[in-house]
Design a protein around this ligand. Structure first.
Ligand SMILES: *[C@@H]1O[C@H](CO)[C@@H](O)[C@H](O)[C@H]1NC(C)=O
Ligand SMILES: *[C@@H]1O[C@H](CO)[C@@H](O)[C@H](O)[C@H]1NC(C)=O
Ligand SMILES: *[C@@H]1O[C@H](CO)[C@@H](O)[C@H](O)[C@H]1NC(C)=O
Ligand SMILES: *[C@@H]1O[C@H](CO)[C@@H](O)[C@H](O)[C@H]1NC(C)=O
Ligand SMILES: *[C@@H]1O[C@H](CO)[C@@H](O)[C@H](O)[C@H]1NC(C)=O
Ligand SMILES: *[C@@H]1O[C@H](CO)[C@@H](O)[C@H](O)[C@H]1NC(C)=O
Length: 445
């Protein structure tokens, strides 16, 4: 079992930290209060769900008090308007075959297609964390599973599990990062699992490092937990209070020594930096241990941390042998006013994507994106950026929301009725959006 210790230890009741934070921030600009509270609530959601949870047993579908009806989605305007056209267009498709050099996957649209089915279900994939198994946790509206990302200029190939496995033959693939990256890892494993007969695969779970093996292919699909990529005092024993976290922004080797010898590496890091507070950063060697840290503004600390990672990659990775990918920030949807639902509660009860082209909310920090662009742009080792931020920004409907767990338990009906405190608008249901991220990754493999 690899339960993160703090996740199950008696914690502050949700909201307390947010309120404390609000107090200590009183007197500042209202916007900063809003930001801090939004991010702190986001953070609490994160900490409360941040656990490598044991596999869920056979969960009964919970009865919901008010069930979002399983009606067909009201056709979305954008689809409606050119629905027929686009159907015909896709037959005489003038979009090109996917070419990573030519086609931008960031500009495109989500198209609803009822007959589109995910490759797996939460009831058929044994590797899903309870945290993201929304349908098992009582989600009745499953429309979010039937949307397809269509780039404007090209056709994104479908994820083909056999071909993916063939490309991995004799190789190690490792996802490195936070729980969003763990979601992407689970999605990948669940998709390839569908074509591997039982007895030809294994899963070895570790607290930090988990290895899925496809024996006939001599391939592994691994996950390594490093939520900041760089080292921190909150990597293994998660510290709930972000003010007590200290990041060693110039140290990565403790994690990185587990990355050597891997053939394909995928990294991410974002949401753990977004506490809304300055980042307690430590660098160099201090005789007095962790006393010598300085609080740095997010973009500054993030840049230092990412550069540390980039330097490690540049000096330790042979690009002839190893491919490196970086998944851009996974948006959070904590503020419904961002998409014009002033009376909404975060992403709760959202059933349709945002259709406004280039919609960008407060849950995606452009400053972080700019740091990622500049740092990766200067690296010697080529890094393929999986730029999933824009396409995920639209998907307010696909988060786990209240169909998740806390402290190992599916939310109670009472908790579900209190989405302000309990809706998780950071993580994504599986099957779901991370399948699309993997479709894009697969297209680059
Ligand atoms: C699609 O195009 C064909 C001709 O190219 C036309 O006959 C048909 O009616 C169109 N279908 C729709 C649904 O618009
Ligand atoms: C919907 O998805 C199905 C299954 O992938 C596919 O065969 C069909 O062509 C899609 N329809 C449209 C309009 O794209
Ligand atoms: C299996 O893959 C590993 C690398 O992941 C390699 O070292 C080993 O030689 C491979 N074994 C076989 C039998 O191909
Ligand atoms: C990678 O391969 C190229 C061409 O084979 C070679 O010139 C280069 O030195 C290699 N780079 C490294 C780091 O081994
Ligand atoms: C959820 O949305 C539906 C309509 O989309 C609405 O009827 C219902 O009241 C909403 N539920 C809550 C708790 O806001
Ligand atoms: C990702 O795409 C966005 C547009 O959606 C762009 O602004 C950003 O620079 C891209 N990021 C990277 C790292 O390429």
């Amino acid at each position: 079992m690899m339960t993160m210790s703090t996740a199950s230890s008696p914690n502050l009741p949700p909201g307390t930290a947010a309120m404390n934070m609000m107090k200590s921030y009183r007197g500042k600009l209202p916007l900063s209060v809003v930001t801090v509270v939004v991010f702190t609530i986001a953070f609490i959601a994160l900490v409360y769900t941040e656990r490598l949870s044991p596999l869920s047993g056979s969960a009964s579908i919970l009865k919901l008090r008010s069930c979002p009806s399983a009606r067909a989605p009201a056709p979305i305007e954008a689809v409606d308007r050119d629905g027929e056209d686009s159907r015909n267009n896709s037959e005489v498709d003038d979009r090109l075959e996917f070419d990573p050099e030519e086609c931008s996957i960031t500009s495109g649209k989500w198209v609803f297609n009822r007959s589109l089915e995910p490759l797996y279900a939460d009831s058929t994939c044994p590797y899903l964390d309870r945290q993201v198994a929304c349908v098992e946790n009582g989600q009745l509206d499953t429309d979010y599973r039937h949307w397809e990302w269509q780039p404007d200029d090209c056709v994104l190939p479908k994820f083909n599990p056999e071909r993916a496995l063939k490309k991995l033959r004799g190789k190690r693939l490792m996802f490195v990062g936070d729980s969003l990256q763990r979601g992407q890892w689970q999605s990948f494993v669940c998709m390839v699992d569908t074509v591997i007969p039982s007895g030809k695969k294994s899963l070895r779970r570790g607290r930090v490092h988990t290895v899925f093996r496809a024996m006939e292919y001599n391939a592994t699909v691994e996950f390594y937990w490093a939520p900041f990529l760089v080292e921190s005092n909150s990597d293994i024993h998660v510290i709930a209070d972000p003010r007590k976290r200290i990041l060693k922004v110039d140290s990565v080797v403790k994690h990185a020594r587990h990355w050597t010898g891997v053939d394909i590496l995928l990294f991410n890091t974002y949401v753990w930096w977004m506490s809304g507070l300055r980042i307690n950063s430590l660098w160099g060697s201090f005789a007095n241990g962790e006393e010598g840290y300085e609080p740095l503004d997010l973009p500054v600390a993030y840049r230092l941390g990412l550069k540390t990672w980039a330097n490690w990659v540049d000096s330790n990775i042979n690009p002839n042998r190893t491919r490196v990918f970086f998944t851009t920030m996974s948006p959070t949807h904590m503020r419904s006013a961002d998409w014009g639902h002033k009376d909404g509660i975060k992403c709760f009860n959202e059933t349709k994507p945002v259709m406004k082209k280039n919609h960008w909310g407060t849950g995606s920090d452009m400053r972080v994106m700019n740091v990622v662009s500049t740092v990766i742009g200067k690296m010697k080792v080529p890094v393929t950026v999986l730029n999933i931020t824009q396409l995920s920004e639209y998907r307010i409907d696909a988060h786990t929301s209240v169909y998740t767990e806390t402290g190992g338990q599916v939310l109670t009906e009472e908790q579900k009725a209190d989405p302000l405190h309990h809706a998780d608008c950071i993580h994504w249901c599986l099957p779901g959006i991370p399948d699309t991220w993997n479709q894009i990754f697969y297209a680059h493999l």
